[in-house]
Design a protein around this ligand. Structure first.
Ligand code: C2E
Ligand code: MG
Ligand code: MG
Length: 571
């Protein structure tokens, strides 16, 4: 017998008995309360937890519509089934539209148990989905190791603080802190102990500060600190002294004392920058300086920029590389899971460096973003990708091409024009192009992002949210954006077979995304097992090493006809 807590909204004792008897016959062991006024129903809902509500349609002092409205008002998500002597089809439809889950005629109680089973199951699915949304939000905001805010969250907080500082006219300090020789700890004592050290460092840093100061873990051994309540910029030195004092005593990990030294870089608003990204970048330069000079900390000055020859050198070369066509694109196929057709490719940029060999984007994109070279790079990638796409088209291979945009490009007011020009010079049509944007790009300046995306969408270009789940937009917030596709980040796809919460996230992104009319792509599909699992969940497209690694255009064209995938003809 399955226990069932049933709230029965009903004026007749006899009918209630019949209902309970039917439930028992169906294998339930109901505990119930019967109410027939709105006051009694409110009190009973508040007093205990219920699995289900059955409601008569009309009663002398109450009716199903009012009962339904009352239930909704509590915010509880409990199945609501109308059980009534008579109810016309039209009224039944109105009741269902008002949110009732089903209606059963008293003369036809054999429908009751199947309806109860179905509604309980669906309520359970809804609950899981809510939990998954909650998990996505939490994961997206926090660093799993230290449970501190993560980089994305920190950037958001810093941006808000920078704006508040500007409005109120008081200074803001952003500190970037990096632990010296942390890698040695990881290598010699193992990652688990490395994680414990990071947690303890996080705790001590928090202990040294007061709200509204915030500490975040930005990744690796990097922490970020915001000091929004400085009275004078010189106070930052006092705080740094305090932080250093708090880190002074060795950390004890499994009985092993570990001394930690930190290098801190500081950038101030409004003196050094007005926005979070620039502050972070300048704090980074200052930190690099502190490391070089072994001074413990350094406060940014523009002069430091010039003392950073390594980075600036590579950037000077990148400008050259773009102009001399040393960049090249690799393409990775995207497959429609249902049909097994290749429907598009993603263009991924590479730099054939004369000394350093083939460089992947992680080596140069970020710095390109910081120096403004990203505009040049994006234009090059767009044009080259569309040229290849057109070339393939002439050979009868009609595929869409996806191009990645960096956050900087999205906020460039000339972006739509750049896209338009690239389409024009290559002769490609807008529907051949998908632009991939990351969530952080949208969050940094949602208003501007929305406008740019709307313009691009009106041109007929498809828009895709890349690495979904690693930022902190919810799917619901995408509702307002003209987005066509969501790519689930490879970390979740990679974890979905072994890890329940990853699996839940993948499943709910697919479900919720479909509800919003989005196409869902899984990236980082490395095995057949992953592909099968995604197929079972109804995921639309897959991309990953299991299908193909990114390859240059020539090899890819040779691969296409020999692979087990069909060539679609979509764009
Ligand atoms: P992304 O857009 O998420 O691209 C997917 C990355 O995952 C690529 O790395 C790809 O090689 C890799 N990948 C593909 N399949 C698998 C798999 O099955 N398993 C695993 N572990 N990885 C897989 P790549 O080429 O190093 O690119 C890294 C990132 O650099 C891209 O991430 C994208 O954000 C950025 N990027 C690449 N090209 C451009 C570009 O032209 N402009 C801009 N702004 N960013 C670019
Ligand atoms: Mg991408
Ligand atoms: Mg991605």
């Amino acid at each position: 017998m399955k226990p069932l807590r049933a709230l029965v909204v009903e004026d007749s004792e006899d009918d209630t008995e019949l209902l309970l008897r039917e439930l028992k016959r169906g294998g339930y062991e109901p505990t119930h309360a019967r109410v027939d006024t709105s006051e009694a129903m409110s009190a009973t809902l508040a007093a205990r937890a219920w699995d289900i509500v059955f409601s008569d349609f009309t009663m002398p002092h109450f009716n199903a519509f009012d009962a339904l409205a009352l239930l909704r008002g509590t915010g509880l998500d409990i199945p609501f089934i109308i059980v009534s002597g008579t109810i016309g089809e039209d009224r039944a439809v109105i009741a269902m539209k008002a949110g009732a889950h089903d209606y059963i005629l008293k003369g036809n109680l054999k429908r009751l148990v199947p309806a109860v089973e179905r509604e309980l199951r669906e309520a359970h699915v809804r609950k899981e989905r809510r939990m998954a949304e909650e998990t996505i939000r939490r994961l997206a905001y926090t660093d799993p190791v230290t449970e501190l805010p993560n980089r994305a969250r920190f950037l958001e907080q810093a941006q808000q603080a920078a704006e508040a500082a500007r409005d109120k006219g008081h200074p803001l300090a952003l500190l970037l802190m990096d632990l010296e020789r942390f890698r040695d700890v990881n290598d010699t004592l193992g990652h688990a102990r490395g994680d414990v050290l990071l947690q303890q460092v996080g705790t001590r840093l928090q202990g040294a500060l007061f709200a509204p100061d915030t500490v975040a873990r930005l990744g690796g051994d990097e922490f970020g600190i915001l000091l929004p309540r400085l009275t004078a910029t010189d106070d930052v030195k006092l705080v740094i002294k305090k932080l250093q004092d708090f880190l002074q005593a060795p950390f004890m990990i499994d009985g092993i004392p570990i001394a930690v030294e930190a290098s801190i870089g500081v950038a101030l608003a409004p003196d050094h920058a007005a926005d979070a990204e620039t502050m972070l970048q300048r704090a980074d330069i200052a930190m690099y300086r502190a490391k070089q000079m072994a001074t413990g900390y350094a406060i940014y000055t523009p002069e430091y920029d010039r003392h950073n020859p390594e980075r600036l050198g590579l950037m000077a070369e990148l400008r050259d590389a773009i102009e001399r066509d040393q960049l090249l694109l690799h393409f990775q196929p995207k497959v429609e899971i249902g049909t097994g057709q290749v429907v598009g490719t993603e263009a991924l940029v590479r730099w054939q460096h004369p000394r350093l060999g083939l460089l992947t984007p992680d080596k140069f994109i970020e710095t390109a973003e910081h120096t403004g070279l990203i505009t040049l790079l994006t234009r090059w990638v767009l044009t080259d990708a569309l040229n290849h796409c057109q070339g393939a088209r002439r050979e009868g291979i009609r595929l869409r091409v996806s191009v990645n945009l960096s956050a900087r490009s999205l906020h460039d007011p000339h972006l739509p024009e750049m896209v338009k020009n690239a389409l024009k010079t290559t002769g490609a049509e807008a529907h051949q192009l998908i632009l991939e944007i990351t969530e952080s790009a949208i969050v940094l300046d949602p208003k501007r992002a929305e406008e740019t995306l709307a313009t691009l969408s009106r041109m007929g270009v498809w828009l895709s949210i890349d690495d979904f789940g690693t930022g902190y937009t919810s799917l619901a917030s995408l509702r307002h954006l003209p987005v066509n596709e969501v790519k689930i980040d490879k970390s979740f796809v990679g974890g979905m077979l072994a890890n329940k919460s990853d699996a839940m996230i993948v499943r709910s992104v697919i479900e919720l995304g479909h509800n919003l009319g989005l196409r869902i792509v899984a990236e980082g599909v490395e095995t057949k097992a992953m592909l099968d699992a995604l197929a079972a969940l109804g995921c639309d497209e897959a991309q990953g090493y299991f299908i193909s690694k990114p390859q240059a255009c020539g090899p890819l064209k040779n691969w296409l006809p020999t692979s087990s995938w069909k060539i679609g003809s979509v764009a």
